[in-house]
Design a protein around this ligand. Sequence first.
Ligand SMILES: [Zn+2]
Length: 398
Amino acid sequence: MADRDRVVAYIVSAELIAASSQLPSNKQRSSTIHSLIHELGLSKRVKVIRPVRASYKELAAYHTREYLDAVLAPQSSDAPKTPHSLSSHPESDFGLDSDCPPFPALPAYVPLVAGASLTAAQALINGVAPVAICWDGGRHHAQKGHAAGFCYVADCVLALMALKRAPPIAPCGRKPRIMYIDLDLHFSDAVSQAFASSSSTRIPQILTLSIHHAAPGFYPPSELATLPDPSSPSFNPFTLSLPLRAGAGPSTLARIWPLVQNVKDVFSPDYIVMQCGVDALSGDPCGVSNWSLEGLGNVVRDALAWGVPVLLLGGGGYNTPNAARAWASLTSIALNDPLPLDTPIPDHAAFPLYAPSFILDVPAGTMQDQNSDAYLRDVEERFAEVVRVLKTSMAPRD
Ligand SMILES: [Zn+2]
C-alpha cells in the first residue's frame, strides 16, 4: 500500500496517564488503553508527542475563571467530597458533585487533558502528521463554568478554537473550516452549544454533527439533540444531530454514514475532529446501543480517507477492555495498517480483563435494532433537506 506508513501523532505521557487513570468514571481506563496499544506494538510505530500542559490563559479561552479557580485548587485526598478550596462556593455551582466529584488529581488532570488535545491540534496545524490522536481527550459535556457528565475540561471546544485560529487555507486564503463529528453514545451538548451561533453573516468556521442515542430522559437533555427540522425558522445547518433509537447496530451505522459524508462534501472542511467515544459499542454498561468494532472502524477509516487532517479524540466508554480494544484498533487504522479483528491480546498485566475472547474484536450483540426502515428513511429525507439548506447557506457568502 502506497501510504501504508501514515504518520500518526500520538499524544501521551506518564503524567497524562496517571492523571487520567484517576478519572472517577473511568478509573484505570487510560493506563489499560495505552498499555494495550503498547503491547500490540503500535506505540513504536506512532510519533509519540508529550502533551504540553494548557496554561491558565489557554484554559480561560473557554472556561470561566471561577470554574478554573475551583478545579485547579489543590484537592484534599482524604476528604474529596468537601475540598477546602471550594468552601466559599457550593460544589454544585461548578457541577463538582454526583457524577463529577472532585478527585485528588483534578488540578493536574484539567491542564493535562486540555493541553493534550491542544498539542494534538497543533501537530495538525504544524503539519507534523495528517492524523493526531488524543484518547484521553474528547470530554464533550464539560461546560464553560461547570463540570458535567463525567467531563471536567472542555478539551474538544479548546481544540476546535485552536484549529479555528490556524493559518488561512492556501490558495484561497479563507479561514479554515473544521467539521466536528461526534460518535459517542451521548449527544455532544457542550460542543454543539459552544458553536451554535446562528446570527453570523459569515459562513461559520465550525460545523458540528453528533450521532447519538436519543430517548426521553436519556442524558443529556438538549433541544439540539433532535433530528433536524430544516423547515423550522430556528434550524441551523451548522449544528446538526443524528439521533438513533435503541439497539443501533452495524447496519444502521453503515446506512447513516453516507449522510455524514454528504454534509462533509458540502461543508468542505479543512480539518476533521472526531470524538470517538465508544459507549455505543456492544457490551458497554450503558446497554442501549449495539455497534461493532468493525462498523466503527469502517467509519473512522472512511473519514481518514477524506484527505484532510484528522484529530481523533476519545470520550465515553465504560467497558474498559472494550475501550482499549477499540482505540487500539482505531490507532492501527490511523496508521493505515489495520490489525485483524481476530488479533490475540498479548500477554501483559491487564490480560485477564480480556476474558473470555482474548482477541481484539468487539462484535455486535443480539440486541434488536429499533431503527426501523421507516425511521431511517425519515432520517435520510431530513438530511437530504439539510444538505440543500447547507448548500444555500454557504453559496452566496463564499
Ligand atoms: Zn458518552
